[in-house]
Write a protein that binds this ligand. Structure first.
Ligand code: X2N
Ligand code: HEM
Length: 509
């Protein structure tokens, strides 16, 4: 009796809520608010269609509403602003009007730790970015290339995904979504994080890092403290990893050895804010975790996509091999940073990969004061979010001919639009470059500082692949479709390639 009462009551309440919510949307359209994407379920809103395929969601609604519209996702009101002007509206909005920390901190702070990135005032983040950026000099990059080359060789030799200990192994199948995250973490940790942190990945760090990583997901973006094992493990791993970094920091201070050109040393030397406050060891530790996590997902996704596209395009692989021979000679002498600068096709392959597969499809800001959208009567009220999707113009035929074709050569003609935002990297001035249709690294005060490093890391890894292997996607498969269920846009499974060595036994491993 009481069961059926509650069942009926719940059902009636649910039906009423759905009907009221639907009627409200149809009958009350506020002309001063952007149009709202219709949704049946209150609160949940458009979470499913946005979460499963954001680009389809953006495109469908652009057809209905134009470049500006609002959707509901799990209680949040999010206003999307598409196109280069939308990018400018969101990414160059005044800091007093919008904030990234209030959009991201609930996701990032439990993973990176306290006191840095989005768990501090924006002025602090600007200075943290300057400290990190000041480590990423050409001099540092020159020292990184041989380190990356060495890590790649070691990985190929050891990993069962490659030679599995047999340096004469002539062919194999590789699961890229296993191999590329591993190669990325080894190369990034050896260069940016330093020798000690790299060594930890052979020991205690691998599992801990895994636990931290599984707490950096869209589920945690939506429900930061959802009581599941992934959340508890995230918090435990954060503490342990942060403590381990602090030990590394203390040890460096003790020995006074600051000789390596990694980011950690730059923080140990220079991390004093303008007002004289020095970053604590805990803050430096957490900053290093942030940099590790950021660079890891974006770079691993990008190298995987690039290798997939190359696997589907023999002519491009041949042309890239030719470029290696032209720059480094038929003996393919060891790659250097300067060689990479002389390989336009290689760099344009990375550029093209980021055009079709920018790792971050949605950049968000929390609206702190009512925002008027220029040229419209729309006002986005405080408490809502705004969302830029730089990937949308990047696959729009208005800006890129045949946008769904992977054509690195297009960049020989399109040089003019290469990331206008890159010109202004002084974080005291807000860059005005956001009207570009090509912004894989964002724009404005939150723009990426990792772009040059990413090109060095990706360029070195891809060049190594081109030199060593001939590969393809098995069974004549096409490049996979994107999977949006992770923090970055990944290729859906299967992500295998099959390869043969170009010259077995010539190089020593
Ligand atoms: C629950 C389908 O899945 O209905 F990392 F030092 C380090 C990353 C911002 C990702 C936004 C939301 C997807 C909901 C699906 C550092 C290198 C950074 C920069 C709904 C039912 C971190 C937002 C991902 C929303 C997907 C923010 C990154 N350079 N790294 N329903 O990055 O920079 C860093 C910076 C973002 C996102 C999403 C759903 C500095 C569902 C079903 C389910 N996303 N997402 N970085 N959704 N459903 C970073 C900026 C910062
Ligand atoms: C910011 C993309 C690699 C560190 C950003 C933003 C984007 C981006 C789009 C802007 C986020 C926003 O406006 O909300 C990428 C891509 C990468 C990459 C596509 C590789 C292919 C890296 C690497 C590092 C890094 C390797 C570290 C060395 C950062 C930092 C910010 C940032 C510190 C600033 C966040 C802020 O100011 O709010 N990145 N990133 N990124 N990225 Fe990257």
């Amino acid at each position: 009796m009481s069961f059926s009462f509650w069942a009926v009551a719940t059902l009636v309440f649910g039906v009423v809520a759905v009907v009221v919510n639907a009627l409200k949307q149809v009958l009350f359209k506020d002309p001063n608010r952007p149009p709202v994407v219709f949704h049946w379920i209150p609160v949940f809103g458009s979470a499913a269609s946005y979460g499963m395929d954001p680009y389809k969601f953006f495109e469908d609604n652009r057809k209905k509403f134009g470049d500006v519209f609002t959707f509901v996702m799990l209680g949040r009101h999010i206003t999307v602003a598409l196109g280069p002007r939308g990018n400018d509206f969101v990414l160059n909005a005044k800091h007093s009007d919008v904030s990234a920390e209030e959009a991201y901190a609930h996701l990032t702070t439990p993973v990176f730790g306290k006191g840095v990135i989005y768990d501090c005032p924006n002025a602090r983040l600007m200075e943290q970015k300057k400290f990190a950026k000041s480590a990423l000099t050409t001099g540092a990059f020159r020292s990184y290339v041989p380190l990356i080359v060495n890590e790649v060789r070691q990985y190929w030799l050891k990993s069962p995904q490659f030679f599995g200990g047999d340096s004469n192994r002539a062919s194999n199948k590789t699961h890229l979504m296993t191999a590329m995250p591993e190669m990325t973490i080894f190369t990034a940790s050896r260069t940016l994080q330093g020798r000690e942190v790299r060594a930890k990945f052979d020991e205690s760090f691998a599992d801990l890092y895994h636990d931290l990583d599984r707490g950096f997901t869209p589920i945690h973006f939506v429900f930061p403290n959802i009581p599941i094992p992934a959340t508890f493990n995230r918090d435990k791993a954060q503490r342990k990893i942060s403590d381990t970094y602090m030990e590394v920091i203390r040890e460096r201070r003790r020995t006074g050895d600051l000789s390596e050109q990694d980011v950690l040393n730059t923080f140990l030397r220079d991390a004093v804010y303008k007002d004289g406050v020095r970053m604590s060891d805990r803050e430096i530790a957490n900053m290093m975790i942030g940099i590790l996590m950021g660079g890891q997902h974006t770079s691993a996704a990008t190298s995987t996509w690039a290798l997939m596209h190359l696997g589907a395009d023999k002519a491009l692989r041949d042309a890239l091999y030719q470029e290696q021979v032209e720059v480094c000679g038929p003996e393919l002498r060891e790659l250097t940073y300067d060689d990479l600068q002389n390989m336009p096709l290689l760099n344009n392959t990375i550029r093209e990969t980021l055009r079709m597969h920018p790792p971050l499809h949605s950049l968000m800001r929390f609206v702190r004061h009512d925002l008027t959208i220029e040229g419209t009567r729309y006002v986005v009220p405080r408490g809502h979010y705004v969302l830029a999707a730089p990937g949308v113009p990047m696959i729009d035929s208005q800006y890129f001919k045949e946008p769904l074709k992977f054509q690195p050569e297009r960049w020989l003609e399109q040089k003019n639009i290469i990331d206008l935002a890159a010109q202004d990297q002084d974080y005291t001035v807000v860059s005005k470059g956001a009207k570009s249709p090509y912004l894989p690294f964002g724009a404005g005060r939150h723009r990426c500082i990792g772009e040059q490093f990413a090109y060095v890391q990706l360029g070195t890894i891809l060049a190594m692949f081109v030199r060593e292997f001939e590969w393809s996607l098995p069974n004549g498969r096409a490049v996979p479709t994107p999977d949006y269920s992770s923090m970055v846009t990944l290729p859906a499974e299967p992500s295998d390639i099959v390869w043969t060595r170009r010259r077995v036994g010539e190089k020593k491993y």
